[in-house]
Write a protein that binds this ligand. Structure first.
Ligand code: C2E
Ligand code: MG
Ligand code: MG
Length: 767
């Protein structure tokens, strides 16, 4: 057996060392290494030179030859590497020690050098990379260590052969131990020096970690050498041969065993490596999976945030939306519940005429206007306030902590002013205005919906009254609830057959004879009784229900007229007036519907008169003119109702294809109180004459009014003086006696004053 460190496989400089742990890191100490290297080589040269020059020639015999051959054989072929610790056991080391005991320093030194050189070359032959320099160094260390061992042993025990042959076993034991100890120490110190320089570790650590376990091998080899020499000289040679054979058998059995162990160890190592690789792969997969999961989680988090943002913000303006606004209201109301004096103001805003802007200038301009409004409102907000877009052209504002109603009104006024300035949209100046409803939030409110509802009601009030802002009060709510009820009931009114027509006669003021009726709608409400039109027509206009209601009225009146004409021969020229709402002009099918009704009922178109208010036709004059022209072409008569209360533009008036003006009853009723109203009536009559229109005076209640109207030249009239609007049966009675009003005034035969057109125009200038 031999110390591995002196072998090529455990080389001190070994680039090819199997001790991976000894692989050099960075050689920063090349000089020290070179000095150590050449010092070692020099020492080896001295030892070798001495051994060669003082070689005892008398020892050259067959025994030495056998020993040398055996050493080389074992050095090459009979080497066992102990698994895991990578130490080589070889019998050649035993033989080198034996040579020292039998032949002394010279033979042992030469044999050690040769043994190491052959062993190293054998490693190289097997493919292990060992440089020539390393082989040289290993041989040198091997030679020096045996040389010094031999010198120490000889100086301590004299001729080692004499001791080894003798019968003093304790002396032999001491000799063997000294031999092993010195050889191990010298060898291991040299190897440690080179390894420590190469790996830049401390000498002690290298020696302790990598060389110390070689001591066992040295001692074992030395002991075997001592025992072998003892046996060779003192035991029968046949026995020695048998012992040798047995030793060989044990050696080869052990060798086999070791190779099995190594194989098993290698298999285990392979399995372990495989498992480690799998574990590594698994970790890689796991890391990949975790990374993927993190990416997914991030994407999820981002999309969650986006969704959350979308859920609480308006996509056009990026302002908070209704959800967010309601949440904030809920939060503030909760605070009001906890803190009694906590207050805040809610402003509900709606742009006026936004629909018109949207329809006429296009949706993209509409969107830009909304964006502009949003920007201006945002600029007015304080840090703690909130402005939200609720829908379309509706915005809402929370003024946190602002509860003084004067401050809130002042703020509303500020908003009005800011939004009144023109918006430059797509190279166009667009004007808008806003209606604002104000509600003050305090602990009387329980839900966000309620306070928002109240602000909304106040906003409607502001729109209806054309005031820029209105502060909510409790009566508004009751009113709104009532309106809602009306609206709900009204939706079922037609199908439940609750609508009724009343008829008010229209009289020719010259002949005092009945010439027709105005059909006026009533609602026979199941609980409220007969509801006058003033209470449901505005709601029906707001909700669009006016269209089906009037269509019902139109059809019913025309049927009745057809019926009456059939029953009363004198009624062949009888006319029926039906009121139209402005909402009809937004319907494409108005003309077609009228045609259809006429066709269905067989009424002559000239017997149907459609009454339109001034505002209904002035709101959208150009498009209304075209519809009126179509109606006119059918042959239907048209008159402007409540004339004088609206804002008829005189420049437009002559362009409307109308037949008559109905003077509003407010002028008629006040004719007696002052001459001014009389003048107005006179002017309207003159205007009508100038435009070639007939005049109907509404609301004649007294003989005096009738008298005056006849004098002023009004041709037709209607009013309580003749009859209130009456139900069907009573209308039939009136129809049966069309001349019943002939004697209403004693001087009925008095002729009506005829105005000349030239006079009328003169009088128009007076008004
Ligand atoms: P209008 O078309 O101007 O109808 C005349 C209104 O004056 C009627 O009120 C009538 O009862 C009232 N009246 C007539 N003579 C006198 C009088 O001497 N003194 C007073 N104080 N009042 C008089 P009514 O029936 O309440 O209708 C009110 C308004 O409702 C109508 O005004 C009309 O604008 C609207 N309306 C009625 N029926 C319909 C309908 O079927 N369709 C539409 N769109 N509107 C209708
Ligand atoms: Mg009317
Ligand atoms: Mg009227």
């Amino acid at each position: 057996m031999g110390l591995p460190i002196a072998r090529s496989s455990t080389s001190a400089t070994g680039k090819s060392s199997k001790f991976n742990t000894l692989r050099p890191k960075v050689n920063r100490n090349a000089t020290l290494h070179n000095v150590s290297f050449w010092l070692t080589i020099s020492l080896a040269v001295i030892a070798l030179s001495y051994s060669i020059f003082s070689f005892p020639v008398q020892y050259l015999d067959s025994n030495l030859l056998v020993l040398t051959v055996a050493t080389l054989f074992f050095s090459v072929f009979a080497m066992i590497q102990i698994p895991r610790i990578k130490i080589h056991i070889t019998i050649s080391d035993v033989l080198v020690f034996s040579a020292l005991l039998i032949y002394g320093v010279e033979v042992a030194t030469l044999l050690a050098v040769i043994d190491t050189a052959v062993g190293s070359l054998n490693f190289r032959r097997k493919g292990i990379e060992i440089s020539g320099k390393t082989i040289l160094l290993n041989c040198s260390i091997s030679g020096i260590s045996i040389f010094l061992t031999a010198i120490v042993v000889t100086s301590m025990f004299g001729d080692p052969k004499a001791v080894a042959k003798g019968q003093d076993f304790s002396a032999i034991a001491v000799l063997v131990c000294v031999m092993a100890g010195v050889q191990f120490m010298v060898n291991s110190v040299f190897v440690s020096i080179f390894t420590a320089i190469k790996t830049e570790r401390s000498l002690w650590r290298v020696w302790y970690r990598y060389c110390l376990n070689g001591a066992v091998i040295s001692i074992t080899s030395a002991l075997m050498a001592g025992a072998g020499v003892q046996a060779f000289y003192n035991i029968d040679s046949v026995l020695l041969v048998i012992a040798g054979i047995v030793a060989m058998l044990i050696y080869f059995t052990y060798s086999r065993y070791v190779s099995d162990v190594r194989e098993t160890a290698e298999q285990a190592e392979f399995a372990e490596r495989k498992r480690a690789e799998q574990a590594e792969q698994h970790i890689e997969e796991l890391q990949h999976h975790i990374a993927q999961q993190q990416v997914t989680e991030k994407a999820l988090r981002e999309s969650k945030e986006k969704f959350k943002h979308a859920a609480y913000h308006d996509s056009l303006t990026n302002l908070p939306n209704r959800n967010m606004f309601t949440r904030q209201l809920q939060f503030l109301l909760k605070r009001c519940q906890q803190k009694e004096d906590a207050r805040f103001a809610v402003l509900f805003l709606d742009l006026n005429r936004f629909k018109t802007i949207n329809d006429s200038l296009g949706h993209s301009t509409g969107d830009n206007l909304i964006l502009g409004v949003a920007r201006r409102l945002s600029n007015l907000m304080r840090q703690k306030d909130m402005v939200a877009r609720l829908s379309g052209d509706e915005f809402a504002i929370i003024l946190n902590g602002m509860c003084d109603i004067e401050d809130v009104k002042h703020f509303a006024e500020l908003i009005r002013k800011k939004l009144a300035a023109p918006f430059s949209l797509e190279e166009r100046q667009v004007f808008t205005s806003v209606s604002i409803g104000i509600a003050i939030g305090d602990n009387s409110y329980e839900t966000a919906e309620n306070i928002l509802r109240d602000a909304d009601i106040a906003m409607y009030q502001s729109k209806a009254s054309e005031k820029p802002y209105v502060v909510f009060d409790k009566r508004m709510h009751a009113h709104a609830v009532n309106l809602l009820q009306v609206e709900t009931d009204l939706r079922y009114a037609i199908e439940r057959d609750e609508m009724v027509a009343f008829y008010q006669p229209i009289i020719n003021l010259k002949s005092m004879r009945l010439i027709g009726f105005e059909a006026l709608m009533r609602w026979n409400h199941p609980t409220r009784g007969l509801v006058p039109p003033g209470e449901f027509i505005p709601v029906s206009e707001d909700t669009g229900l006016i269209v089906p209601l009037t269509m019902w009225m139109l059809r019913d009146s025309c049927q009745k007229l057809a019926d009456w004409k059939a029953r009363f021969p004198h009624a062949k020229d009888l006319m029926m007036s039906v009121n139209l709402s402005g909402k009809h002009f937004a319907q494409d099918d108005l003309v077609a519907s009228v045609k259809e009704v006429l066709k269905e009922t067989g009424i002559e178109p000239r017997c149907l008169k459609l009454e339109l208010t001034e505002s209904a036709i002035m709101d959208n004059a150009e498009s209304v003119i075209s519809i009126l022209q179509q109606l006119k072409r059918i042959g239907v008569r048209l008159s402007i109702d409540d004339f004088g209360t609206g804002y008829s533009s005189l420049s437009y008036l002559h362009r409307f294809p109308i037949d008559a003006l109905k003077i509003d009853r407010s002028f008629v009723s006040r004719m007696e109180s002052g001459t001014e109203n009389g003048e107005i009536v006179r002017t309207v009559v003159a205007l009508a004459k100038a435009l070639g229109l007939t005049v109907i005076a509404e609301g004649i209640e007294t003989i005096h009014q009738l008298h005056q109207l006849r004098i002023l030249g009004s041709e037709y009239g209607q009013g309580f003086l003749f009859s209130r609007p009456v139900p069907l049966e009573e209308a039939l009675e009136l129809l049966a006696e069309p001349d019943r009003w002939k004697n209403i005034m004693p001087d009925h035969r008095m002729p009506i004053v005829q105005h000349k057109a030239s006079e009328s125009i003169l009088q128009l200038g007076d008004v």
